[in-house]
Design a protein around this ligand. Sequence first.
Ligand SMILES: [Zn+2]
Ligand SMILES: [Zn+2]
Length: 109
Amino acid sequence: SAQGLLRESGDAFQVEHQCLGKCQGLFVPQFYVAPNAPCVQCVECQLLFSPQNFVMHSHKSSDKRTCHWGFDSAKWPCYLLLARKYLGSADEPRLKQLLEQMKEKFHYQ
Ligand SMILES: [Zn+2]
Ligand SMILES: [Zn+2]
């Protein structure tokens, strides 16, 4: 990608999933303007994905295939997690709240 890795600045923060392999991405709230808007950038290939497509994207194949029985990318809010590096940090509560707001933005549960 020509744009390179987006900066982790402003409201952007890292997320990850462990579905069908695993992947880390940078979520950019400003890009999340529609349910299928590409707003999560894979840190490995630097491509942008919608949240639902991001949880299906991985560069590592899973060695635990049986745990994906019943995987449904439409349930991406269940699979998209705050990046582990924030766990236990001072930023964790604020970022967890931002992630929950993102998940609710177009999903009224
Ligand atoms: Zn990628
Ligand atoms: Zn799994």
